[in-house]
Design a protein around this ligand. Sequence first.
Ligand SMILES: [Zn+2]
Length: 338
Amino acid sequence: MREQILNTKNEALSLIINAKDKIEIDRLRIVFLGRKGRLAKLTSSIPQLPDNDKAQIGKLINDAKKAIEDTLASQGAKIKATRRQDEKEEWLDVTAPGIRPEIGHLNPVTRIIWELTEAFEKLGYQIVETPEIVNDWYNFESLNIPPHHPSRDLQDTFWITENLLPRTHTSSAQVMLMEKLKPPFKIAIPGWVYRCERSDATHEFYFTHYEGFAVGKNISFADLKGTLYFLLRSVLGNEIKLKFRASYFPYVEPCAEISGSCPHCQGKGCSACGGSGWLELLGSGMIHPQVLKNAKINPEIYSGFAFCFGPHRLAMIKYKVNDMRIFNNANLRILQQF
Ligand SMILES: [Zn+2]
């Protein structure tokens, strides 16, 4: 009997200290201390014992009962404390600042294109996407660049067939659009262009152009000047001054190469402008009468101007980048800086 009581007690204690939750504690309480439990069964056999054993066995059972009760209480408290800790860890502070998800942003070249688009739209330009693969007529001949013309060498070309090429400039859409439209019109064409060139810091074999041209009655060089001031100030800031220098492209006459005062030093000279205070920005001019004729527009009645931005070039200037190739690769460590 003594051994039975000790074994019951030991079994109970070992089960209780391994109990993981309150349900298990409650179940063990019933199994050992319940009205029909293991200790109650032992107690019920006391009357059959010899009289001199009764008191001693009764005491042993009471001790076992006390030990089981104490262990149930301490283990119960332990489980409760652990649960409270878990709840504390799971507690949600709704006022805590959130974790900002990592989101991308626009490539600097795309940003320039969007800024130009917005500025073009304010001036009433129609933004048009045009084919990247064009024929020789639209890319060269219609723009006054006949075969063997030396200016073809300036635009080394990837030829697909003898007559088809990926456009070397967005001017390839000038005659293509002009022959479909009735003046007056103002058109802007953003897009990729392709040149058979070796990549270096200032040359790429694919980069962006943003062409603008307008045709109507009495359009003059002064209109071109006003337009360029408005567009460039929208992108590079209101401080910019422009310098027009005579130049040559076969499809415009007169032709002007345009430099702008450096937006970083306001023309005083800094590392971004090589100390000169000026940066070359774009080419422009009045549309050559022959180009208008090629588009079946009468140059005696109508005139127009054309110009072409390089969004890659403008992004280099605006963000002080000295290697245009970084805009075309997907290196996030570089692109995240802008
Ligand atoms: Zn400067």
